[in-house]
Design a protein. Structure first.
Length: 86
């Protein structure tokens, strides 16, 4: 299991466009990817559940990935959201 926690910085929060980009990315990877916020989690392949997390600017979000390319999956999700550390 690989994970990384970061503060979500996009002023618009996790709205439809970046969530859809995450779904597309997640579907190309072998690892199972989850996003977690405030004790709730959603699979990165499910747009509706991702939107249900209600991620807004300033929220602490954790990327969790398990599987063959888990470390790379965390890195790619981090880059998608513009997180430069890690």
């Amino acid at each position: 299991m690989h994970s990384e926690t970061f503060v979500f910085t996009d002023e618009a929060g996790l709205h439809t466009r970046p969530a859809a980009s995450l779904v597309q990315l997640a579907r190309t990877l072998k690892a199972e990817i989850l996003l977690q916020r405030a004790g709730k989690s959603a699979p990165a392949t499910n747009l509706i559940k991702l939107m249900g997390l209600g991620i807004v600017q300033g929220d602490e979000v954790t990327i969790l990935a398990e599987g063959e390319d888990a470390a790379d999956a965390v890195r790619q999700v981090r880059e998608l959201f513009g997180v430069t550390h890690g």
